[in-house]
Design a protein around this ligand. Structure first.
Ligand code: HDE
Length: 678
């Protein structure tokens, strides 16, 4: 696995000047003084007290004592990568944003994925929304698209965000549970803030347990504004569409992975990039002209509503490729500071009250998290274009501004730095007409909380609906308060009794009365059943022992690998296993270190004289993979084991003696991802 770094872009070149290689160098203090001893502090005598004058000890310890900074209040657990973005065709008609004009321009990007609720060290496969934040280092300044993998949000007004997050986070009296929404305060909040209904449907769906960061969508959530050279504006919603399609784990698997490999998602991203399997996402936009603002059955400013793709098509406008891992997680992933207010000319805001509040919160949070107002100078946050203004000083200032003038207007520096006109690239806010009384109110047009929750439900396949019922039953099953349980069931009865009734039964609540929303519409694009299905980068665990048929295994692996599928070998012990003909395979995982939940599929080869404990372990893997609806391929003794478990001739279970047909069938089964009809 070689790091395939090329010095491909401006941001990379800029970062290069900050990179330091310590390997092979002499140890020094931060002042550059060479250190002669790093194991023993300076003492008065071999058995005596440590001396204050040991400046090396004090410097080393002080730095260590201050190594931690406050974690993000939300989205603390995250992982990031570098890449680039290219637009397919000029978007001139809709926006003057420079990075969306020229298909030959590659804009450097940095993307951070995250969970929302958990602390920095929490497991990654928990049920939660995922952050999907992209920083575009454009020649007009940084543009941040700070989105999630769910296109709507829990609340309609930013003033409620602290309440939502307090309810979601571990309960304050005992700090339980970590990184879970399955507890009383979260569901109490939901039942008493019913604008959350639509987002909760998504959160209880498979979307909130993604298979990989590489296999989930991203959404800007809010309605933004595009403006072109002529000043004509459109409302716009942003989408990231993963080239590999949208795929999820199953709940039992997600929970097990949380223990077996809490770093499952970052490991997947890291390894894919190291392997050269660069994650790709297409950027899509939905556009509504200003004239059509009121022509829909939802308010375009309401962040709890989607614009169904069938009504407002997603125009695919470009592609992002993530092609380089970070060098240092703290310096890059932790110190990156996103902000929905980092925009470039041609991209503007709307009056979405959630967005308006976010425009305040993000700088505010960086001030405490990154320790002052100079966080824009950190290497990862610096724009690739020059920046000049009269801001000075503050903690950690790095720029050495020359000259005596730091104010505007002035004559001593010929009145520079000078504001730029619009023609010169100066940002001019869209001149939206605004009028109104000062009120603390919500628009009537924001008050329908259940129609789109029902639209979401209608759009799900039967399997997806069952997963939603199970997720509600799990989460509410963990809630202690009978009153909260009942309130939630009553609330979701306003969506559909098809959901509320089975959940009520599962948790022993009273059956609710409401018949639910009358909405019949559905949006097929919302179902993962209709997503892109590809075998690429899927991981197959090959269960193998001495005496396997070397030619057959080689043939099967060749076919799988030609389709982009990766194979890793699992056996009772690490080391080498030999086939009947003498060729060898090195084992990657034992039954102890590898788990069926860490693979997309199994290929059960076995060996010549497999001992009973090997068989027991193999069967455990097989049964678990089967229960998680995963593809299983088996040959020879493997077929016998499947027969004993009565799992042959089932969907996604591939056996056979002709290796050509077997390989093709196994590839097809892997491509399907999961086989629900068993
Ligand atoms: Fe955030 N959010 N948020 N958020 N958000 C933060 O900023 C906030 C919201 C999102 O990888 C914080 O730097 C408010 C929606 C992502 O670094 C904070 C509201 C969406 C990330 C903050 C929202 C997001 C954050 C915490 C309600 C999807 C992680 C640390 C109005 C469109 C970015 C930080 C990263 C992070 C505030 C709602 C996405 C506290 C007040 C809606 C992906 O400033």
């Amino acid at each position: 696995m070689g790091n395939k770094r090329e010095m491909q872009n401006k941001k990379d070149q800029q970062l290069e000047s900050f990179r330091v290689e310590d390997e092979g160098k002499k140890l020094t203090t931060n002042q550059g003084l060479k250190v002669s001893e790093d194991e023993f502090s300076l003492k008065a005598g071999e058995r005596g007290p440590t001396l204050m004058e040991d400046f090396h000890f004090r410097e080393k310890m002080t730095h260590f004592d201050h190594e931690r900074i406050p974690e993000r209040i939300v989205h603390a657990r995250g992982f990031a990568a570098h890449g680039e973005f290219q637009v397919y065709d000029s978007m001139k008609e809709f926006t003057k944003a420079k990075f969306l004009q020229d298909p030959s321009v590659k804009t450097p990007v940095f993307v951070r994925f995250s969970t929302v609720a958990g602390s920095k060290g929490s497991a990654e496969t928990v049920r939660d929304a995922r952050g999907f934040a992209t920083k575009f280092y454009t020649e007009e300044g940084n543009y941040d698209l700070v989105g999630n993998n769910i296109p709507v949000f829990f609340i309609q007004d930013a003033i409620k965000f602290p309440d939502l997050v307090h309810a979601l986070k571990p309960e304050p009296h005992n700090e339980i549970p970590q990184a879970q929404s399955a507890h009383d305060t979260f569901w109490d909040f939901i039942a008493n803030n019913q604008e959350s209904a639509h987002m909760v449907m998504w959160a209880m769906s498979d979307r909130s347990i993604p298979r990989s960061f590489r296999m989930m969508e991203g959404f800007g959530v809010h309605t933004f504004r595009f403006a072109n050279e002529e000043g004509k504006a459109h409302f716009v919603k942003f989408h990231w569409k993963p080239v590999l399609g949208i795929h999820s784990l199953v709940w039992d698997e997600a929970q097990k992975i949380a223990g077996k490999d809490p770093d499952f998602h970052r490991r997947d991203l890291w390894e894919s990039i190291e392997n050269g399997d660069y994650p790709e996402y297409e950027l899509g936009v939905q556009l509504i002209s200003e004239e059509d603002e009121f022509n829909f059955d939802f308010d375009v400013l309401d962040p709890t509503k989607i614009w169904p793709e069938e009504e407002v098509p997603v125009k695919i406008i470009g592609k992002m490729t993530l092609n380089r891992n970070v060098d240092n997680v703290f310096a890059e992933t932790e110190q990156v500071a996103f902000h929905p207010g980092h925009v470039v000319p041609g991209i503007d805001f709307t009056n979405d009250p959630l967005l308006q509040g976010r425009l305040f919160s993000y700088t505010d949070t960086q001030l405490i998290r990154l320790g002052g107002p100079n966080f824009h100078e950190l290497p990862i946050n610096r724009p690739v274009c020059p920046f000049h203004n009269n801001q000075r000083d503050g903690y950690g200032r790095q720029t050495i501004n020359k000259g005596q003038v730091s104010y505007h207007k002035n004559s001593l520096a010929a009145n520079t730095p000078q504001p730029a006109s619009e023609e010169e690239g100066g940002y001019a806010h869209y001149q939206e007409k605004v009028e109104g009384r000062k009120v603390r109110k919500r628009s009537e047009s924001f008050k329908d909380h259940f129609s789109q929750a029902k639209l979401f439900w209608n759009s799900m396949s039967e399997v997806e609906k069952n997963h939603i019922i199970e997720a509600f039953s799990f989460e509410l099953g963990k809630v202690q308060s009978k009153s909260v349980q009942q309130q939630v069931v009553e609330m979701f009865a306003h969506v559909t009794s098809d959901l509320a009734k089975p959940v009520a039964e599962a948790i022993g609540a009273n059956l609710p009365q409401s018949k639910g929303s009358s909405v019949k519409k559905s949006s097929p694009a919302l179902s993962q059943e209709n997503t892109i299905k590809k075998p690429d980068t899927r991981k197959v665990g090959v269960i193998i022992d001495n005496g396997f048929n070397g030619d057959e295994v080689k043939q099967v692996l060749k076919e799988l690998q030609s389709k982009g599928i990766q194979a890793e070998f699992i056996s009772d012990k690490l080391g080498i296993k030999k086939c009947a003909g003498g060729s060898e395979i090195e084992i990657d995982h034992t039954f102890l270190t590898g788990e069926s939940v860490l693979f997309d599929a199994l290929y059960v080869v076995g060996g010549k004289e497999v001992d009973p404990s090997f068989k027991d372990d193999a069967v455990y893997f097989i049964k678990e993979a089967y229960a998680h609806f995963k593809p299983i391929g088996a040959t020879h003794v493997g077929i016998k084991w499947l027969e004993e478990q009565e799992i042959v001739e089932k969907e996604g279970v591939v056996t056979g003696a002709d290796m050509n047909i077997f390989s093709q069938n196994l590839t097809g089964a892997v491509m399907e991802h999961r086989h629900w009809n068993r």
